[in-house]
Write a protein of this length. Structure first.
Length: 120
């Protein structure tokens, strides 16, 4: 597995099976959370929620385990990068997400909080 498995699942909208790509004790470092998310089930929920919040999501480039993407949130353009690390077992054990610009990230954070507090 690898960034290609993650990319393929996201592009196909297979969020119900995405947790299979992650190690059981995987860690997600989010640009909007002070502490990392831990565990494949939690990460699958977060990734599925991101898919609800971001519109017109598309990967633009793949560079050595880094997936660059663009999308919109509340009409604002947002750009980001997913940095994935794969363990010896082939599962993603760590993902770090970075996003810009700040105004769009703030809108994204507000939408994510609303979705996750509703029991996403």
């Amino acid at each position: 597995m690898s960034s290609r498995s993650f990319r393929g699942a996201v592009e196909a909208g297979r969020f119900d099976t995405i947790e299979q790509i992650f190690a059981e004790d995987a860690v997600l470092h989010s640009p909007i959370a002070h502490r990392p998310y831990r565990g494949r089930e939690v990460i699958a929920t977060v990734v599925g929620t991101v898919a609800k919040v971001l519109d017109d999501f598309r990967f633009e480039r793949e560079l050595d385990g880094a997936l660059m993407f663009r999308a919109t949130v509340d009409g604002l353009d947002i750009q980001g990068c997913d940095f994935l690390h794969t363990g010896d077992d082939g599962l993603v054990d760590e993902i770090t997400v970075m996003m810009r610009p700040l105004k769009a990230v703030a809108a994204f954070a507000a939408r994510m909080r609303a979705e996750l507090s509703d029991g996403a």
